[in-house]
Write a protein that binds this ligand. Structure first.
Ligand SMILES: [Fe+2]
Ligand SMILES: [Fe+2]
Length: 337
């Protein structure tokens, strides 16, 4: 980036002025754009966060994708197919946003499949029944909305703008999940049991999606100061619980937390503490499906090599053709003159 190189060659005074400009932009709630100077820490934090987010979208296609060929009706298949495809699109927007910061998409993919970069812990849990598809839409996409709506006001322009598009699709995801569960709850006892079982399995992992408690979240303070993040993990978790409890009542399922109750004084629900050691374990690679998810992603990447090679060869051919055409035109103009 030219401005940042300018800052380095311009000495401390210039760097300081750029830093002041950056701080003022953040203070005024204006956006930082790719052409703007930004502190290295800001750039690195954003690349890490956006890459993890992109990886989560792509890995997140797997747990539900397993049900596309086994969906119980054409309608459910079409909905699920559209949803999983949306997640691929979210991944693409986000990898593109990371590229505006100087990251290389091939390098990010490499980091993911070598286990050097993380993705959301939630996608390391299995989806044994079709009710899981509904509960993922309701809880996981619901949690994603809680997380991502404030990110539409994130200080980095390309990230914020990609979130606007993504959030519109996430609300469809959440609704299709809830509607599927409503349908199952109107069905047989076995279907209702299936829904309750999926709710029991996904509730705590969904609460963990918001990350560790605030006191144990080392990157949060900087992200909040830079207005990359607008709310703390615990605050977002609270919002999710408050949003979900009435939906559970309407659906007719119980949430597996004996401590869950409305606190009149606080105007929020009280709820139990997730098992943070489980989150640590899953994040560090020891969840029920970590190995399977990464292996699958690696295989897809390797099997897709021919597509990337063909696209690169095609682009090179087109570039050569237009260079030849340009050259011919130049010669023609030369002889005409
Ligand atoms: Fe998504
Ligand atoms: Fe989604």
């Amino acid at each position: 980036m030219t401005t940042s190189q300018g800052a380095q060659s311009g000495g401390d005074g210039a760097e300081q002025r750029l830093q002041e400009q950056f701080d003022a932009t953040i203070a005024k709630d204006q956006r930082i754009e790719p052409r703007d100077w930004m502190p290295e820490g800001y750039r690195k934090t954003l690349i890490r966060q956006i890459a993890q987010h992109a990886h989560s979208e792509i890995i997140g296609m797997q747990p539900e994708g397993e049900w596309i060929t086994r969906a119980p009706s054409l309608r459910r298949k079409a909905i699920l197919f559209a949803k999983v495809q949306d997640e691929a699109g979210h991944g693409l927007y986000l990898y593109s946003a990371a590229e505006t910061l100087g990251a290389d998409r091939a390098d990010l993919t490499e980091r993911l499949i070598e286990g050097r970069q993380k993705y959301s812990s939630i996608f390391n849990y299995p989806t044994p029944t079709f009710a899981d598809v509904g509960v993922i839409g309701w809880f996981v996409d619901g949690a994603a909305i809680c997380n991502q709506v404030p990110l539409c006001r994130s200080s980095y322009g390309p990230y914020a703008r990609s979130m606007v598009r993504i959030c519109k699709e996430e609300s469809f995801h959440q609704r299709q999940g809830y509607e599927l569960l409503m349908t199952m709850m109107r069905g047989t006892d076995a279907q209702r049991e299936m829904v309750q079982d999926a709710v029991n399995r996904w509730w705590w992992p969904s609460l963990m999606m918001f990350g560790p408690p605030d006191g144990d979240s080392p990157n949060s303070a900087a992200s909040m100061a830079w207005k990359i993040k607008r709310h703390s993990n615990d605050e977002l978790r609270r919002r999710f619980v408050d949003m979900t409890v009435p939906q559970a009542e309407k659906l007719g399922v119980t949430l597996p937390d004996p401590e869950l109750r409305w606190n009149e004084e606080r105007g929020h629900h009280d709820f139990g503490t997730p098992d943070w050691s489980e989150l640590k374990r899953v994040i560090s690679g020891d969840g029920p499906c970590n190995e399977q998810r990464v292996a699958r992603r690696r295989a897809a990447h390797e099997e897709g090599a021919w597509v990337r090679e063909a696209a690169t060869a095609h682009a090179a051919k087109r570039a050569a053709r237009s260079a030849r055409a340009q050259e011919a035109q130049n010669t023609q103009e030369g002889t005409a003159a």
